[in-house]
Design a protein around this ligand. Structure first.
Ligand SMILES: N[C@@H](CCC[C@H](N)C(=O)O)C(=O)O
Length: 285
């Protein structure tokens, strides 16, 4: 079977985008997603994005996301920016603002005149149970309006985590020097920690000033990526709640820059950043 695909990236977080409205992808399985995403034997990508017909009236498209390891996920912020560029470039719509059905609701995406994309990511959930996270018996402390949860690592060190759901789960900690942070080892340990029954995306944020952070994220199902859009939103939400940040916040990630704005509890998070097409191709699976 031949598949038409487009390789894209958002600040270095890279994607294989497949139009499921123009080709039949219904028989594909987690093994196929893993094979396509494989960086040695496949096309290579952090996530695979499907452009589908919506099942909700009045919504423009449906967006389904798979991680590199084949797992189905609820949300992907950098992917959302690439999604709107894809449907616009492929003339699947002439709207500059589109609505997209995702696993947790409907997202509004806007293609800006300067070719960046702004995504209304919806309001974060700050209730640990929604991630889900098992926090019974776990030490807690308050910082600003945030609750930090203590987690013990296998080497005996302790970390204090902010827990934020952007539809997908994030555990965020503040570090002094993000370039020196043990993102690979600690990220992998926390991703699969028993506190997180459905695993977690692990963010390491260095506060440069109240409106600028550096961020690295060890993503659930993909390892460390050059950028994580939902991770950037979660980090900024956590930083504002802790009293360390003021909206809007510039987020420097290894693959570029994102801008995140959040007006506080109950409000939607807005993410603005780039979306880039790398090439179109056909692959046989
Ligand atoms: N790269 C993403 C997040 C993709 C999903 C994540 N790995 C998860 O498992 O929740 C982004 O830009 O938000």
């Amino acid at each position: 079977m031949n598949l038409n695909f487009t390789k894209m990236h958002g600040a270095g977080n890279d994607f294989i985008v497949l139009n499921a409205m123009a080709q039949d992808l219904s028989g594909l399985t987690a093994d196929n997603w893993r094979a396509l995403a494989d960086r040695h034997f496949g096309i290579g990508a952090d996530q695979i994005l499907l452009v589908e017909r919506p099942t909700i009236d009045g919504v423009d498209f449906k967006y389904t996301i798979y991680n590199q390891d084949g797992s189905l996920v609820e949300n992907c912020g950098n992917g959302a920016r690439c999604f709107v560029k894809y449907v616009s470039d492929k003339a699947l719509t002439d709207k500059r603002e589109i609505t997209v059905q995702i696993a947790t609701g409907v997202m509004v995406l806007t293609l800006n005149d300067d070719d960046t994309v702004t995504v209304n990511m919806g309001a974060p959930s700050l209730d640990a149970s929604t991630l889900p996270a098992v926090v019974d018996g776990c030490a807690q402390r308050e910082q600003g309006s945030d609750t930090l949860y203590e987690v013990k690592l296998s080497d005996g060190h302790v970390r204090w985590l902010s827990l934020v759901s952007m539809g997908n789960p994030h555990a965020v900690q503040i570090v002094n020097d993000v370039d020196a942070a043990p993102v690979q080892t600690e990220g992998a340990e926390l991703e699969t920690h028993s506190m997180f029954p459905r695993k977690v995306n692990v963010g390491f944020m260095q506060v440069l000033n109240q409106q600028h952070i550096k961020l690295r994220v060890f993503e659930r199902g993909a390892g460390e990526t050059l950028a994580c859009g939902t991770g950037a939103c979660a980090a900024v939400v956590a930083g504002i709640r802790r009293g360390e940040l003021v909206s809007p916040v510039r987020v420097s990630v290894r693959g570029g820059e994102l801008n995140i704005a959040w007006a506080g509890a109950g409000q939607a998070v807005y993410m603005t950043g780039p979306a880039v097409t790398v090439f179109d191709g056909q692959v046989s699976i």
